[in-house]
Ligand binder design. Structure first.
Ligand code: 13P
Length: 288
């Protein structure tokens, strides 16, 4: 199976009233964990690559070759989209040239007119190659790759302007933030979500910061039109906790327990289990 654009899987999710998970890659173990989870659950999947991950894992070409080779090697038969997460303009261009099947251009930090201009250019270049495009209105709060932004609420009229550029799915801030949520977090703004949805029709909506949001809010967001949910932090925490437990149990001292593959195995399994848990919550199991 070749990498696919995320358009079709998300259009199907809109029709079927479920969401497809976007899971962020962090290392080779995460590639294997997410692909195996998707295959086992017969779920479509989107693998997200931030600018930081792209640098760490050898650039967009290395990553796209590696993911495609893993798909072939593991015999993965479900649809897999390889997607740029929060791409700057140059990162989106780089990924379009280097084997990605989907890109996010995050122009939310620009004034709306500039966001529109740049998004338009990315749409033209990406669509010429069959690559899907996600755009963003209203910054998502929290910290990601060292960039800290406040949670913003998107302006529904600006959402409509960006939606009309021919993008394939739209990320809009509705009080969601990346990473762990503060204790005094107000929750998702469902009235705003409904308002945005009424303006953009059947265009799939994306919820960033999908970790640590209570399940009932996730389900409500899906019922109101969210069809792609981004998850990173909870998978990272699962990986780290399992790895810590391995050392606390002294397993690195047993036999060949010191080998890097043995050390990383529990983290890989925990990442896979977290991915499966999210696919069940999002309703994408059996949809591939
Ligand atoms: P979390 O790290 O909060 O799960 O958010 C991930 C995300 O939105 C990536 O774009």
């Amino acid at each position: 199976m070749k990498l696919v654009s995320a358009k079709e899987m998300l259009d199907d999710a809109v029709k079927g009233h479920y969401a497809v998970g976007h899971f962020n890659l962090n290392n080779m173990e995460s590639v294997r964990a997410f692909l195996l989870a998707a295959e086992e659950m017969k779920s479509p999947i989107i693998l997200g690559v931030s600018g930081g991950t792209a640098k760490y894992m050898g650039g967009y070409r290395t990553i796209s070759d590696m993911v495609q080779d893993f798909i072939n090697f593991l015999g993965i038969s479900v649809p897999v989209a390889l997607h740029v997460d929060h791409g700057k303009y140059t990162e989106a261009l780089d990924a379009i040239e280097n084997g990605f099947s989907s890109v996010m251009f995050d122009g939310s930090s620009y004034p709306i007119a500039e966001n529109i201009e740049k998004t338009k250019e990315i749409v033209a270049l990406a669509h010429a190659k069959g690559i899907s495009v996600e755009a963003e209105v209203g910054g998502i709060g929290g910290e990601e790759d060292g960039r800290i932004s406040r949670g913003e609420c998107a302006d529904p009229n600006e959402c409509k302007m960006i939606a009309d550029l021919g993008i394939d799915f739209l990320a809009a801030g509705i009080g969601n933030i990346h990473g762990k949520y503060p204790l005094d977090w107000e929750g998702l703004h469902f009235d705003l979500l409904a308002d945005i949805k009424s303006k953009i029709g059947d265009l799939p909506l994306v919820l960033h910061g999908g970790s640590c949001i209570p399940d009932d809010q996730i389900k409500k967001a899906i019922s109101l039109g969210v069809s792609k949910i981004n998850v990173n932090t909870e998978c990272q925490i699962a990986f780290t906790e399992a790895t810590r437990q391995y050392f606390m149990d002294g397993r690195d001292k047993e036999s060949k327990g010191f080998t890097p593959r043995a050390v990383l195995a529990p983290g890989l399994e925990a990442t896979k289990a977290m991915c499966i848990k999210k696919m069940e919550l999002f309703g994408s199991v059996g949809k591939a």
